[in-house]
Design a protein around this ligand. Structure first.
Ligand code: LLP
Length: 432
């Protein structure tokens, strides 16, 4: 096993994913390429679904935060596995619709939904819109009334928690651009407004504290604060909350230094807090929605590249340059996120070399990682980066006019392309 149980080496010393030789996969599908093990995705979906139902009750639902990974086939898989989804844009909604995803299990998010977004969501029959702010609430109410509809909504609440993670990906703070803070009174104001508007049906509340979180305490704190808020709302308005969405955020292993997170146990722990607090506050147990993104798909994916050059700058550093980079994985450039990289065709050899893995863009910051332990490399080798299933393909760009890589899904020893490689023709499609 290398980092995750579906990654290993074979007799040739090649890295394998789900038992398939990554060097063969690189040969067949070309590089760069994202490769995902579908059984890992499905197993994670099931872990969440089973744990949510076991600990929160049969009506609990994990909604896959599809900003982490969005294409038609992933929505088909989520639909088959009985999950809900979180969509954040017209594009994600459109893709989910194309996949035939049941609209009633969609949670539509975003801090600045346009009128067109809201109309699209209503047209599609999106089950729940998670309303971020009072401007959006009023706009939605007006559109729903115009269409003669009553839209089910949750309100996004900021519980005021610092989740000890990277600042750019923490969203539960009072000064966040998302949601309505409890401590400022903003949450109660929007709650009362929602209760007074005929075009919306307030079902409950949503919070999300941040992403890539390993400790359980921010989730316990958020659950505590949210349940107390539900009790306050009941006391002040008489409203009984049907549904509480606790967001996503559990961490994933990118390197050997990251802990293994037991997702089922984490869900059990959070459920214990919610149940205790619900009992203490003497309110009705709401239906609970969880919204994991990264922890469902990150580990399942790897990215395969071909090494183009190895440059040693004596006394400074070594570079291994690959045929992709920040356009297919912007996470080091954006957050200095750590990854594990290895030479797939020499994966059984010790990682006794150190190199900065660089992309091919005309930009010094185009790196996959600095000073990474890795096997010795040479031009033509296949370099694999692990745990790239979340926020890689979905954050990919065409910087330097590089076509986006394909997504290859493997399952039981067979590989299929679920997103094809972009062509140069694709790149100029909208050029006039
Ligand atoms: N729900 C809401 C409302 C969110 O904003 C997010 C993530 C999630 C759920 C899922 O969180 P997860 O389980 O994936 O941690 N691009 C960044 C991550 C941004 C996360 C944004 N919101 C990265 O590459 O690390």
């Amino acid at each position: 096993m290398i980092l995750h149980s579906h990654l290993d080496t074979n007799e040739q010393g090649h890295l394998t994913i789900g038992g398939m030789d990554t060097v063969e996969l690189a040969r067949e599908f070309g590089t760069p390429a994202y490769v995902m093990d579908e059984s890992v995705v499905r197993a994670n979906f099931r872990t969440y679904l089973t744990a949510a139902r076991t600990h929160f009750g049969e009506n609990a639902l994990p909604a896959f935060a599809s900003k982490a990974l969005c294409f038609t086939e992933i929505y088909r898989i989520a639909a088959e596995e009985g999950l809900g989804i979180d969509c954040v844009s017209g594009g994600e909604l459109y893709t989910a619709k194309r996949a035939g995803f049941p609209a009633e299990r969609i949670y539509f998010h975003g801090n600045n939904k346009t009128d067109a977004d809201l109309r699209q969501a209503l047209d599609m029959g999106v089950g729940t819109i998670v309303v971020d702010n009072t401007d959006e609430l009023k706009a939605l109410d007006a559109i729903a009334q115009e269409l003669g509809r009553v839209q089910r909504i949750l309100l996004r609440i900021t519980p005021g928690i610092d989740p000890h993670t990277h600042r750019a990906i923490s969203t539960g703070n009072v000064d966040s651009k998302f949601g309505n803070a409890i401590v400022t009174g903003g949450a109660m104001t929007i709650t009362k407004m929602a209760l007074s508007l005929p075009g919306v049906h307030l079902a409950g509340f949503h919070c999300h504290v941040g992403s890539q979180i390993f400790e359980i305490s921010p989730f316990r704190d958020a659950a505590d604060i949210m349940v107390r808020y539900l009790a306050d709302v009941k006391r002040e308005t008489g409203f009984v909350t049907e549904e509480l969405n606790l967001g996503g955020g559990l961490g994933v292993r990118y390197t050997e230094h990251d802990a293994h997170v037991d997702y089922a146990k984490s869900i059990a722990d959070i459920a214990t807090v919610v149940r205790e607090k619900v009992r203490a506050a003497d309110i009705k147990m709401p239906r609970v929605i969880l919204e994991p993104g990264r922890s469902l798909v990150a580990a399942a994916g790897i990215t395969l590249y071909t090494v183009g050059s190895v440059k040693e700058i004596p006394g400074f550093k070594n570079y291994i340059s690959v045929d992709g980079g920040m356009p297919d994985n912007p996470r080091y450039a954006l957050y200095q996120s750590e990854y594990t990289a290895l030479i797939a065709n020499r994966a059984a050899e010790p990682a006794d070399y150190r190199a900065t893995v660089a992309g091919r863009c005309c930009e010094s910051g185009d790196l996959i990682g600095e000073d990474m332990p890795i096997q010795h490399a040479q031009r033509g080798d296949i370099l694999a980066v692990l745990s790239t299933g979340a926020y890689n393909y979905s954050m990919a760009s065409n910087y330097n006019r590089l076509p986006r890589p394909p997504v290859v899904m493997i399952k039981e020893g067979a590989a299929r392309v679920v997103v094809r490689r972009e062509s140069f023709e694709d790149l100029v499609r909208n050029d006039l």
